[in-house]
Design a binder for this molecule. Sequence first.
Ligand code: ARG
Length: 577
Amino acid sequence: MACGFRRSIACQLSKVLDLPPESLIKSISAVPVSKKEEVADFQLSVDSLLENNNDRLRQDIQVQATRLAEKLKCDTVVSEISTGQGTVNFKINRELLTKTVLQQVMEDGSKYGLKSELFSGLPPKKVVVEFSSPNVAKRFHVGHLRSTIIGNFIANLKEALGHQVTRINYLGDWGMQFGLLGTGFQLFGYEEKLQSNPLQHLFEVYVQVNKEAADDKSIAELAHEFFQRLELGDTQALALWQKFRALSIEEYVRIYKRLGVHFDEYSGESFYREKSQEVLQLLDSKGLLQKTIKGTAVVDLSRNGDPSICTVRRSDGTSLYATRDLAAAIDRMDKYNFDTMIYVTDKGQKRHFQQVFQILQMMGYDWAERCRHVPFGVVQGMKTRRGDVTFLEDVLNEIQLRMLQNMAFTKTTRELESPRETAERVGLAALIIQDFRGLLLSDYQFSWDRALQSRGDTGVFLQYTHARLHSLEETFGCGYLNDFNPACLQEPQSVLILQHLLRFDEVLYRSSQDLQPRHIVSYLLTLSHLAAVAHKTLHVKDSPPEVAGARLHLFRAVRSVLASGMKLLGITPVCRM
Ligand code: ARG
């Protein structure tokens, strides 16, 4: 077992250091592969060992590393022990490495890396991930797209790690915009258009009514009245609102499906109209609500002389965004009893969530510390042929179109059964990889050309690698399934791949700690580059059967890990392109 090596090294170390093996496992890591030089398979960082425990060892680290290495012996697993900068390095018996890694990949399939001891002892948790959360009738902007793919990734990862995940889409389905929309629809809406293309039509109505309301005070008044009726629970007004909401969700579901995203719950701000009032009462009873001369109510969040307030009630008694978020958090705690709740939005909402979490804390909800905001940066310049992004569907259509054009140049495309679907999958991979390459918090400039390049570090390259490996398997079959001769996989290109496969669990572990997809992205890109080199040099065709069989095993393992990693990121691997 790939990570069994780590345990086996830890066991030997534990005797020498007189520490339990469990405490050592996380100090042992697989060494990242390097193009320039051959590297050992595992290393123990002596420094990290000292931090944990032994002060008496806190002398010169290099001396310690050397001394430690001298006390260790090679055995059936470890074939070489050396030292590096502050590390003790271990080389695993080559054939054992080959056999174990490949067998483990085959056996664990999509669970490879996730069954690692790095994750053992982590009890399954209840995790709520709230993401996407567009606003009905308003523009679906790039921020919503980012929230969608990032939230989906986090949910996938948590699920893969065995947690019980609830995916919530918290729609912006309440507020003055529905006053405007209701009024606008009565003035210039069309039932047929609403039915056939709800998102488009509602958006048009919304844009138009906004324009008119700016010039015509009476329209603004009508809108205000309409919203008041909604707030008071007027059945007619609510019925219209309900229709807008339901039709929009139907369409969302269809479009999210193209993205490969689903939700367990379509919630929304509207759910918390009444519960917000309860929250206000609760705040009041706890003495946290302060009324202002303007008639609004606020919660004072000043800390250490840092003045800060959060408005939670308008002068007309209605709730605000923050009030509804308080109500929603409390409600979700009641409903799901979550261990963690993650909100995925752009960094502009950082302060909002800080305030919400702080108020929950002040209300005496200790579980506020289980809430976490995952902020991300701004994407500039994502435009479609129609202009700025207005709908998610525009982005998807653009991806499809551009990818189809690129693919038209290759001859294999003509043989594809469903070129559109393939184009969309490849294009989505490109979009996701471009987005996930950096820190989520950084802003970046979007470029279709860069994202869609077929060479280099792109999603297209990952898809291409996957398709190529798939066709290799198809052409040569995998008739050698359970048995192969590890002695046939000792070229440097093979060893590099094996060493890289050895690291997958650590990469997953890192992403699970900081919720950043970039570790997995760069891992998969490296894997694909290594596979490309191996594919060029380690021929299957015209090799003796034993060699061909072993190589097929290697390539199959690469494809399997590539596919699992891509799926975690929210990419559907293609088998042909
Ligand atoms: N609908 C909001 C927006 O578009 C995002 C909602 C984020 N989630 C939340 N619980 N506030 O900005």
